[in-house]
Ligand binder design. Sequence first.
Ligand code: LMR
Length: 425
Amino acid sequence: VFASLVQAPEDPILGVTVAYNKDPSPNKLNLGVGAYRTEEGKPLVLDVVRRAEQLLVNDQSRVKEYLPIVGLADFNKLSAKLIFGADSPAIQANRVATVQGLSGTGSLRVGAEFLARHYHQLTIYIPQPTWGNHPKVFTLAGLSVKTYRYYDPATRGLNFQGLLEDLGAAPSGAIVLLHACAHNPTGVDPTLEQWEQIRQLMRSKGLLPFFDSAYQGFASGSLDADAQPVRMFVADGGECLAAQSYAKNMGLYGERVGALSISDAGITASKEVIINIAGSSKEVDDFVCKTADVASKVESQLKLVIRPMYSNPPIHGASIVATILKDSKMYDEWTVELKAMADRIISMRKQLFDALSARGTPGDWSHIIKQIGMFTFTGLNGEQVAFMTKEYHIYMTSDGRISMAGLSSKTVPHLADAIHAAVTR
Ligand code: LMR
């Protein structure tokens, strides 16, 4: 019955690894998928993750029962704090509903299905370009996808004017997908001043922010700095959705561990200020209660999305994350290892830039050091990428994105040779 099916193409990102695995060349280099590699080109399991796993294994009281539909309670609480900030007024007022998700993708999908069922505007604006999976996730969840200008190929930087114009022209209430930091694939982020302008514009038009936070800690090496744009939107008391992934920042790729948090609208003033206005603390307590009630309703509806989709999430990865986040010593160890990964990527940028300068490769390559996060959007076209794969066995996505995390000091010269040959042929 399936004989008439056509062969579907490989995924544009994960398919690069499939092609790489088939190549017998000893010089092959996979710069496709965004997965961290050591200087020796090997996948990395963080020491703190190994230690957390050991603790979990040694704990004989642990069982393999189903998690609740929303996942591990500790993990959810700690994840919301990590992204929104421990002192977030939204968390303090119980305005946040958090559910465990299957990494960033699963969390986005659950959030999108929730919006498709319960939000009045079904259009989501995504940046142009964006992660290749975004439009598919949102379309299949029942949202209608439109784009806003983001990247300027001429400057290899942000098209801020275009972004403001497109969001300014979006219908009131529309959903807007924002990359929290380290935009994928371009490595181009707005400055904090630009974020503030984006926030003001979006709030003035009632646009709903949906953050994809896949790289917290990877862009700058600081978990707090990389969460700043999200926290700006939460601090103003408006609604906000955030999908988090622990794939990159804790190296838990295959454990599929992430979270979706939905913060309902609330008040930003301190309790004392509101008591002054309202005249009694009873009204404040009523308000906090009412908003907590909304979060509880949101959570109940998220459960109805999750249960028929995958029933409940896996326990192991979330337990690792919760173990690390709740122990201040392990948390500190994590931040040190995370910073080391971020720093190695930054050093790869410098080395690649220097190697191209040394070769006198035509063109301005300063974007390699200006862009941030896991990826460099090189500006190489599809034909040049195909040439580099054929002649140099270098694998990358056809849009010219390279994963800097896949490079090492040993492989930088090979990549620089390939880029030089591709642009001078
Ligand atoms: C990437 O963009 O390479 C990563 O987010 C991995 C993926 O799932 O595509």
